[in-house]
Design a protein around this ligand. Structure first.
Ligand code: CAA
Length: 248
């Protein structure tokens, strides 16, 4: 069987990099999107993975820009082939209480975290349907399930992302295309490192597992959902949060 191609948006981040590693271990060829190759030092990132024996490449794309996503998809097809597996990781926080939130804080989070998933997935899902195989995994958050102080923008985007997943799952199921959400809790990344220490420490104190998760905890869940054998798992929201939030 030919090697399946996995596109991971925001793959150079803490969680994204581990997802790339796990999907490579599953036998996938890896391509990530990056926004600013120099600032993200993306060639070094790719080289580090190649040094580990992982075939990883990158393309430039602002996921918030629909036309840029169209151009990126063409570039990916020309250089690497058809995308069978898509993991929407690219996301930002612009935390602030709603009564102090600027329009730009709201817009940028919705544009990247929610519309970004549409902009990218829209480019690849028709091909997945035609070929009768596809795996889409959207990285949401426990804060999309519970809401969080200072995150009306982020919580709305992340909750919306699972609505997107569920609708896409219904559309894709007859064609062999699955869409699932993984909802991480608090994970050791630059995003949680940027939180005020006092708030982070208080939240960690509430995690029954006793500590924040590792990026690999999230990546292993993504790998599970991307398996060829996972075709009947569709429209699910898999929490990986150390029991911080449990629901039916
Ligand atoms: N729980 C309880 N109280 C909280 C709180 C929380 N999570 N966050 C803020 N507060 C309280 C503060 O303790 C403070 O109370 P006091 O006035 O009694 O001291 C009050 O709200 C005001 O807080 P600040 O002084 O910090 O106000 P601010 O306007 O400067 O900042 C904030 C508010 C933006 C919410 C800031 O506190 C903050 O950044 N909090 C972290 C938000 C957060 O949890 N982000 C998650 C990032 S990680 C992530 O998003 C990844 C993921 O998917 C899980």
């Amino acid at each position: 069987m030919t090697q399946r191609l996995a596109l991971v948006t925001g793959g150079e981040g803490g969680i994204g990099t581990e997802i790339c590693r796990q999907l490579a271990a599953q036998g996938r060829r890896i391509v990530t999107t990056c926004l600013d190759p120099e600032q993200e030092n993306i060639e070094q990132w790719a080289q580090n993975l190649r040094d580990e024996g992982i075939e990883a490449d990158w393309v430039v794309c602002n996921v918030a820009d629909y036309s840029a996503c169209e151009a990126m998809a063409e570039d990916v097809r020309k250089r690497f082939g058809e995308v069978d597996i898509l993991v929407n990781v690219a996301g930002i926080t612009r935390d602030g209480f709603l009564h102090k939130m600027e329009n730009e804080q709201w817009r940028s989070v919705i544009d990247i975290n929610l519309s970004g998933a549409f902009n990218v997935t829209r480019q690849f899902v028709a091909g997945m349907r035609e070929r009768g195989f596809g795996r889409v995994v959207n990285i949401s958050s426990v804060n999309g399930q519970t809401g969080q102080f200072g995150q009306t923008n982020y919580s709305a985007a992340k909750a919306g992302l699972h609505g997107f997943t569920m609708a896409l799952a219904k559309e894709g199921a007859p064609k062999g295309v699955t869409a699932n959400t993984v909802s991480p809790g608090y994970v050791k990344t630059s995003m949680t490192a940027a939180m005020p220490d006092k708030v982070r420490e208080a939240i960690v104190g509430q995690i029954p597992a006793g500590d924040m998760g590792e990026p690999a905890d999230i990546a292993r869940a993504v790998r599970f959902l991307c398996a060829d054998e996972a075709g009947y798992i569709n429209g699910a929201n898999l929490p990986v949060n150390g029991a911080l939030f449990c629901s039916f």
